[in-house]
Design a binder for this molecule. Structure first.
Ligand SMILES: Cc1cc2nc3c(=O)[nH]c(=O)nc-3n(C[C@H](O)[C@H](O)[C@H](O)COP(=O)(O)OP(=O)(O)OC[C@H]3O[C@@H](n4cnc5c(N)ncnc54)[C@H](O)[C@@H]3O)c2cc1C
Length: 275
């Protein structure tokens, strides 16, 4: 290994990034990608920066620090808006992975099967990036650009995720399909956030992951859900609404299986809002 640095402030980290470092958070994606070879790159461990950890509510949005772990999210007292993200957190590896893996690490790793992405898309999340020149905020949908690709520029860190507070009380949910119930990479997963008033949907955001290089929102389905009663949501799902998806054949499932499975997954997910 060349150099290892564990700064305790964001400023120190950003100054260090004047030269190339590989960022390390929980390491649960970093280390498995390097099995069997020596780590010969400079490693910047951001786990010691307290200012990047925790969850706080502001007047208009929630702030989720980049190095907040999945377990910390699960332990946080949060409104039902976050139920879907918590359901995803419970299914990210086992307890050891949840204790170490971070929310931002999941986003920056940009795997098509990253379970954190669909629920955060359904929460309309934005990400905040910081570099020596300042900070910028952009929608999560613009942050991940492909399989393992993001818009992070050299010298930039993802420092926080912002979740806007909806106008009405909102609920969210997440469902994952794998080859077995636990400890599995998703074949497909779906997440939804619904704002409901007097038993009818006022606003809907639905996203599907592991069925395209980047998880996708489904605008046609979202439009079909607006105005529907909560006990009729599953009937609004139709196969043509999956047009934004482009599933691939791989060891976990064929493209045609994924297309069929997603319809069932979405119907189950939406039916769950009636209970
Ligand atoms: C056994 C096992 C099971 C798993 N199961 C699942 C699962 O079911 N679902 C799932 O989605 N994932 C799963 N994962 C993957 C992983 O645990 C998650 O993606 C986790 O959230 C990654 O976070 P981390 O902090 O460990 O990231 P790290 O490994 O530290 O970093 C991941 C990548 O992001 C970059 N990075 C991290 N933080 C930042 C930042 N703030 N700014 C800029 N770049 C950054 C790093 O340079 C690296 O390229 C599993 C991993 C293992 C080992």
């Amino acid at each position: 290994m060349a150099d290892y640095l564990r700064p305790t402030s964001l400023d120190e980290a950003l100054q260090a990034l004047a030269r190339p470092w590989t960022v390390l958070a929980g390491g649960t994606d970093f280390y498995p990608a390097r099995v069997g070879r020596a780590i010969d790159e400079n490693v910047l461990d951001i786990g010691g920066i307290d200012a990047l950890r925790g969850i706080t509510a502001g007047p208009d949005s929630w702030w989720l620090g980049a190095t907040t772990t999945w377990s910390e999210l699960l332990d946080a007292e949060l409104p039902s808006l976050f139920d879907g993200l918590k359901q995803a957190a419970r299914e990210i590896g086992g307890r050891q992975i949840q204790n170490t893996g971070t929310i931002a690490g999941n986003l920056c790793n940009a795997s098509p099967a990253a379970d954190g992405v669909p629920p955060l898309l359904a929460l309309d999340a934005t990400v905040q990036l910081a570099g020596r020149a300042g900070t910028r905020r952009l929608p999560l949908a613009s942050f991940i650009t492909g399989n393992r690709r993001t818009v992070l520029a050299p010298g930039e860190l993802l420092i926080a995720i912002h979740v806007p507070k909806p106008a009405l009380d909102a609920r969210s949910a997440f469902l994952k399909l794998g080859a077995r119930r636990y400890l599995v990479i998703s074949i497909a997963m779906a997440a939804a956030t619904l704002e409901i008033e007097h038993g009818r949907v006022i606003a809907a955001r639905v996203a599907v992951g592991a069925c395209s290089a980047v998880a996708q929102r489904l605008p046609a389905l979202e439009a079909a859900l607006v105005g529907a009663t909560v006990d009729s949501l599953a009937t609004r799902v139709e196969a043509w609404q999956l047009a934004p998806l482009s599933p691939i054949d791989d060891v976990r499932g064929s493209a045609s299986y994924r297309r069929e499975a997603v319809v069932t997954l979405l119907r189950r997910l939406l039916a769950g809002f009636a209970s």
